[in-house]
Design a protein around this ligand. Structure first.
Ligand code: 13P
Ligand code: SF4
Length: 311
């Protein structure tokens, strides 16, 4: 880029010229959250992507999120600033292995976390997000057998919360797996009145210490109403940006990893997106998400069920 390029002004110019909407996840860098037209959790972002009348969706999140946007809005151009922005949950669940697992359990339906590939969505019956999973699960008949993947922590949390048995795929989010119970207990001892808000992608050993468990938007709602002045936040720490903007007089502390701070919990995939890459993506309309039509139509069935059952 020519030195002195005003990235914010250029992104604004291109967003108007291209009739683009910039969607951002709460785990994006603050400068991206601040310029996005809409920031949200996975369910909010799917709904926005399905409903927008923009010509271009610039997705500042990870690849499965941008693919979800393309599945739901095939006529739009969907761009992702960095095509390498993957997800450890997606990586943990190769479609061939998931298909074989399903074939071993033909009497089970597959309820699948949105953090997976388009191929796995196409192999699934109903998609869920962390904010919609419980509501969707409660609509299934009690005797319906269920496979839940790829996040065993979210699956385990749902099983404990609802008392329902499910067959779990053994995937994890590397970010939420990195919290340390020992360090969290030390932090709690330093702030004995601070509640803990945690994402259900955390292992049970962390969730056991949580006062609130929910999706990123759920955690943000809790942050605006929790008792006291300090909150410990056990999810990707970039979400704290929204909390500090909305509640500048409160104190938000990221839950620690084994090294005692929260930097090891930054999502390396989300962090690949930068203002510069967003600018280039808007300028070149690339990297662009393309999905083979037969696959897209199959994946849309399970996503549409989610949108209908979550509403
Ligand atoms: P939500 O924003 O839906 O809570 O998802 C969290 C996450 O890990 C996204 O990758
Ligand atoms: Fe995937 Fe975890 Fe990163 Fe979310 S935070 S994109 S689940 S690796």
């Amino acid at each position: 880029l020519p030195t002195g390029t005003d990235l914010l002004a250029e992104i604004d110019r291109l967003r108007r010229e291209r009739n683009a909407v910039i969607l951002g996840h709460y785990y994006q860098k603050p400068e991206i959250q601040d310029l996005a037209d809409f920031v949200g959790d996975s369910l909010d972002l799917s709904r926005k992507a399905a409903a927008t009348d923009a010509d271009v969706i610039a997705f500042c999140g990870v690849r499965f999120m941008a693919e979800t946007a393309k599945i739901l809005s095939p006529d739009k151009t969907v761009i992702l600033p960095d095509m390498d922005a993957g997800c450890s949950l997606e990586d943990s669940c190769p479609p061939e292995q998931f298909a074989a697992f399903r074939a071993q359990h033909p009497d089970h339906i597959a309820l699948t976390y949105i953090n997976c590939s388009t191929e796995v969505k196409a192999l699934s019956d109903i998609i869920v997000t962390s904010s919609s999973a419980e509501k969707i699960l409660s609509q299934l008949p009690a005797d319906q057998k269920v496979i839940f993947g790829p996040d065993r922590n979210l699956g385990g949390y749902l099983m404990r919360k609802t008392g329902r048995d499910m067959l779990l795929w053994p995937g994890v989010c590397i970010v939420h797996e990195a919290f340390s119970e020992t360090e969290l207990l030390k932090l709690k001892a330093q702030h004995p009145n601070a509640p803990v808000a945690a994402h259900p992608e955390c292992p049970a050993i962390i969730l056991d210490h949580a006062d609130y468990v929910g999706s990123t938007s759920g955690i943000l709602s809790y942050a605006s109403e929790f008792p006291g002045d300090t909150l410990i936040v056990a999810t990707e720490p970039h979400i704290i940006h929204q909390m500090e903007k909305a509640l500048p007089n409160k104190n938000f502390i990221g839950a620690p990893g084994a090294d005692g701070n929260c930097n090891c919990n930054i999502c390396p995939y989300m962090a690949l997106n930068t203002l510069e890459k967003l600018y280039i993506a808007l300028r070149d309309l690339s990297p662009r998400i393309e999905i083979e039509e037969g696959l897209r139509v199959k994946a849309k069935v399970s996503l549409d069920r989610m949108l209908a059952m979550a509403s």
